[in-house]
Design a protein around this ligand. Structure first.
Ligand code: FAD
Length: 431
C-alpha cells in the first residue's frame, strides 16, 4: 500500500496551537500535517522520575491532543534518542517536509543541525522559524554588527525596532485547521514515558495582578508578578501576544520581557558562558566551594531568613520570587564564596521555569562575572534586603513557620563575609 504523503510539525518548546509560527506555516504546505512531540532520552535520562517539568509538558501535550481531536487529529508522542526516533519515522511515514520553531541553546542547535542533515539526506525539506522571541540571533546588534553585552542600549534598540514594525505579527492558524492529518495516535500514560506525576504544580499565570507591577514587583509577599516564566519556557503562551499586550499596558513589564531576550541573544552569541565566566578577568577568583556551606544554602538553613525562605520556596514549589533569587544567589557567591556554577546547577534542577539563558545570565549577574553584571564590591546585606522588601516578615513566615520561635543564628557574620568577598574578588581579578 502506498503511504500518504505528509508534512510534520515538530513541537518542542512551543506547546500551543494558538499563534504558533511554525505550525501556521506547516498547515499551509499542501500535505496533511502530523503533529509530533519527542521525549528526548538525552534530556530525560538526567531527571528524577517525578520531575515537575515533565509533568507540565505532559499535561500541555494532553491539552493539545484534546484540541486536535476536535479536528479528528491527534499528536504523535515518541520517546527515545531524537535521531533514532527520526530514523524510525522516516521508515514509517512518507514525509515530504518538516517544520519546527527555532531554539537558541547550544545543545539544541547542535541537535537540530544533525536532524536537518538527516532529513536532507533523505530529500526532505526542513523549515525552521522564529517563534520563541520577538528578535533573534543577529537582529539587534550594535552599529558595528557585534552583539550588545549591555542591557540598556540593547533594550533601546529593541524598542526602536519594535515600534518601527508597529507590533509583533500574530499567526492565526484557525482557517487552516482542516489540514491536520486525520489520525488517532494513542496518547501514552506518563508511566510509559518512565515518569510519574509530580506533586508540584505550575501556578497559573495572571496578568490582572500586575496592575501596579512597577511599584509592587519587588515585594515577594504581594503575589504581584505574572508567574508566566514556565509558560514562556515551554511556549504555552505566545511571546508575541504577550509583548503586544505589555506594550499597550505596562512598559516596566515589557522591560522584563526584553531582559529575557537579552539573555537569549547573549547565550546565542557567547555559548561558552554556560561553563565559563563571561568576563575572563574573574577567572582567578579563589572560590571556597565548601560542601557543608553549600548544603546549608540548598536546604534553606543559613540562618538568614530571606535566603532560607527563598530556598524553601524553591524546594517546595519549584519557584522563587525574583528579588529573593537575587539575594539568595548573591549570598551563595559572595558570602559563602561558592562558584556561581554550583548555584546555577541547583536552580536548573529545581526551577520549573529553568531556562539556560536566563539562569546563566542572572547567576553571572549576581556573581559579578557576567555581562552588565552587578559590580563585585556590591554585596547585598540580606537583613537590609529583608527589611526593605518584606518589612513585616509575611513572606518569611510563610516559608519558615518556626521563625517566631527562636530562629537559627546566621551561619556567617555579614560584615566579615562582605569584607572577605571584596578582598577575595580583588585579589582574583586578572588585570
Ligand atoms: P515577572 O516579574 O512577571 O516577569 C515576566 C517575565 O519576564 C518572566 O516570566 C520572564 O520571562 C521575564 N523576566 C523577568 N525578570 C527577568 C530576568 N531577570 N531575566 C530574564 N527574564 C526575566 N527566569 C527564568 O525564566 N528562568 C530561569 O532559569 C531563571 N533563573 C534565574 C536565576 C537567578 C539567580 C535570578 C536572579 C533570576 C532568574 N530568572 C529566571 C529571572 C526571574 O527571576 C524570573 O523570570 C521571574 O522570577 C519569573 O517570575 P514571573 O514570571 O512571575 O516574573
Amino acid at each position: 500500500m502506498t503511504k500518504q504523503k505528509v508534512s510534520f510539525f515538530w513541537f518542542r518548546r512551543d506547546l500551543r496551537l494558538e499563534d504558533n509560527t511554525g505550525l501556521f506555516h506547516a498547515l499551509q504546505a499542501n500535505f496533511p500535517v502530523i503533529s509530533l512531540f519527542i521525549f528526548d532520552d538525552d534530556i530525560l535520562d538526567n531527571l528524577p522520575k517525578n520531575d515537575a517539568r515533565v509533568s507540565f509538558i505532559y499535561n500541555s501535550l494532553q491539552k493539545i491532543n484534546t484540541e486536535l481531536n476536535t479536528f479528528e487529529s491527534s499528536i504523535l508522542i515518541k520517546k527515545g534518542k531524537t535521531k533514532n526516533v527520526w530514523k524510525s519515522l522516516l521508515e514509517e511515514f512518507d514525509i515530504q517536509n518538516v517544520f519546527f520553531n527555532k531554539d537558541y541553546e547550544p545543545f539544541t542547535i547542535k541537535r537540530d543541525t544533525a536532524i536537518c542533515s538527516l532529513l536532507k539526506e533523505n530529500n526532505i525539506e526542513c523549515f525552521s522559524f522564529k517563534d520563541h522571541v520577538i528578535f533573534e540571533e543577529k537582529e539587534i546588534t550594535k552599529a558595528d554588527g557585534l552583539p550588545y553585552t549591555v542591557y540598556t542600549p540593547y533594550k533601546n534598540k529593541w524598542l526602536e525596532k519594535y515600534h518601527l514594525a508597529g507590533s509583533a505579527p500574530e499567526y492565526d492558524s484557525a482557517p487552516f485547521q482542516s489540514n491536520f492529518a486525520k489520525n488517532q495516535f494513542p496518547f501514552p500514560e506518563l508511566a510509559a514515558i518512565g515518569f510519574e506525576k509530580s506533586p508540584i504544580k505550575v501556578q497559573s499565570h495572571n496578568l490582572t495582578q500586575i496592575a501596579n507591577y512597577k511599584e509592587t514587583r519587588d515585594f515577594p509577599a504581594l503575589d504581584s508578578t505574572s508567574y508566566l516564566s514556565p509558560h514562556l519556557r515551554f511556549g504555552t503562551v505566545s511571546i508575541r501576544k504577550l509583548v503586544n499586550w505589555a506594550n499597550r499596558k505596562n512598559q516596566t513589564f515589557l522591560s522584563e520581557l526584553i531582559w529575557r531576550e537579552f539573555f537569549i541573544q547573549i547565550l546565542f552569541s557567547f555559548p561558552n558562558c554556560v561553563n565559563h565566566n563571561f568576563k575572563s578577568a574573574y577567572d582567578g577568583i579563589q572560590w571556597r566551594n565548601n560542601e557543608e556551606d553549600f548544603k546549608r544554602w540548598c536546604s534553606g538553613t543559613t540562618g538568614y531568613a530571606i535566603v532560607d525562605a527563598g530556598m524553601r520556596q524553591l524546594n517546595e514549589t519549584g519557584y522563587m520570587h525574583n528579588r529573593v533569587r537575587m539575594v539568595a544567589a548573591s549570598f551563595l557567591c559572595k558570602h559563602l564564596l561558592i562558584n556561581w556554577q554550583w548555584g546555577e546547577a541547583y536552580f536548573a534542577e529545581k526551577l520549573l521555569d529553568f531556562e539556560l539563558a536566563s539562569n546563566v545570565g542572572n547567576w553571572q549577574w549576581a556573581a559579578g562575572t557576567g555581562c552588565d553584571a552587578a559590580p563585585y564590591f556590591r554585596v547585598f546585606n540580606p537583613e537590609i534586603q529583608q527589611k526593605k522588601f518584606d518589612e513585616k516578615g509575611e513572606y518569611i513566615r510563610k516559608w519558615i513557620p518556626e521563625f517566631d520561635f527562636g530562629y537559627n543564628e546566621p551561619m556567617i557574620d555579614h560584615t566579615f563575609a562582605r569584607d572577605r568577598a571584596i578582598a577575595t574578588y580583588k585579589a582574583g581579578i586578572i588585570k
